[in-house]
Design a protein around this ligand. Structure first.
Ligand code: FES
Length: 363
């Protein structure tokens, strides 16, 4: 061993954790002289800081209550002006109160640690990884010392206030869970998840130009992205929600090259079929169409549906066929829906009844 290294007094873990300094290239400066803080020297200042810490922690429940009140009382559409910007009033309120809760706890902890906790430095010498019994006892006594220096024994109110503050921080999080509602009762499911804006007589329109789609204008092998005509007259969130469920693709295939089950003979017009555009796996929009094989490929996880066989899954993680929209033509030759979809579109949900989904071989 050269003279600049540290060497344990004994090379067994049970040896006392003492190192011998053979030689130091730099003299060990030792621990700096302890300088008393203002709050150590002045008991009145210490009491003021103590009151500040308790005060900050006491404000946390106030902020938590304000958070909950804002969540329920502020209308979701309300906005406020921040200089040149408009912001959602509820989001601003929740952000300010939630942020203050965290900030108050943080400031209180910093003030407590810097001004009230003991600040005397101590040394813990490096030692072998396996701690000796003496080391463990020493560690435990240091922990006891730390607890004593935290002044929690004497300043019990800080401990109680901190526990209370941390406890109420969970309350707003629990309130936010209510946004996962309302609970999916059968009637609510029928009115929402199982329903789209498609209905008997609603025209199919191009999803960009909103032009009604004429059966005679679609060629064999062509795919058109479509929507119900009623969407053109909708606005805002209601429109986005309607599009998310009602988007379709319209394809034309040679009727002789595809399988049209007897139960769906009236759902198509000379080989023109309409399907939901929403993948039944996790809901990506699909329109990667292989016109020669009649396969439709989802770009997200490669589920593949056979549109020449009522949209059954032939590859990938999707578990259900692509829902088909029953269509016909009106007196002017435009494509119109015969009804809404007969099964819910999109991904599965817990309460979904899958008994009516089309399966390979069904007729
Ligand atoms: S969303 Fe289509 S395969 Fe996953």
């Amino acid at each position: 061993m050269n003279g600049t290294d540290l060497e344990p007094a004994d090379d067994h873990g049970s040896a006392p954790a003492v190192y011998v300094h053979h030689q130091h290239p730099v003299p060990d400066p030792g621990i700096e002289e302890h300088i008393e803080r203002y709050t150590d020297a002045n008991p009145a200042a210490g009491r003021r800081v103590y009151a500040q810490v308790v005060g900050m922690l006491a404000l946390v429940p106030v902020m938590a209550i304000a958070f909950i009140v804002i969540y329920f009382a502020v209308p979701r559409q309300a906005s406020i002006r921040l200089g040149p910007l408009y912001a959602n009033a509820m989001n601003v309120g929740l952000g300010v109160t939630g942020g203050l809760m965290v900030a108050l706890i943080g400031f209180a902890a910093i003030q407590w640690a810097k001004q009230i906790m003991g600040d005397e430095e101590s040394i813990d010498y490096r030692h072998p990884i396996l701690s000796s019994r003496e080391d463990r006892e020493e560690f435990l006594s240091m922990v006891d010392d730390g607890v004593r220096q935290s002044n929690l024994g004497r300043r019990r109110l800080i401990g109680a206030a901190l526990m209370g503050a941390l406890g109420v921080v969970a309350a707003p999080a629990v309130v936010l869970l209510s946004d996962m509602g309302p609970y999916a009762t059968p009637s609510r499911i029928r009115a929402t998840l199982e329903k789209t804006v498609w209905a008997e007589g609603v025209r199919l329109v191009n999803d960009v130009t909103y032009t009604p789609i004429k059966a005679s204008e679609i060629e064999i092998g062509q795919l058109v992205n479509g929507e119900p005509e009623v969407i053109a007259h909708m606005e805002g969130a209601a429109k986005l929600e309607a599009i998310a469920k009602a988007a379709i693709i319209v394809v034309r295939m040679d009727p002789k090259s595809i399988r049209i089950p007897a139960s769906r003979k009236n759902w198509q017009v000379g080989g023109i079929l309409a399907y939901s555009k929403i993948c039944t796996h996790v809901g990506c929009p699909i329109s990667l169409w292989e016109r020669t094989t009649h396969h439709l490929l989802c770009p997200c996880h490669q589920s593949t549906f056979d549109l020449g066989d009522s949209g059954v899954v032939i590859f990938g993680p999707a578990a259900r066929s692509l829902p088909q929209l029953p269509i016909t033509i009106d007196s002017e030759g435009y494509l119109v829906a015969r009804s809404d979809f007969t099964v819910p579109v999109g991904p599965s949900f817990f309460e979904r009844d899958s008994r009516h989904d089309f399966k390979k071989g069904d007729n």
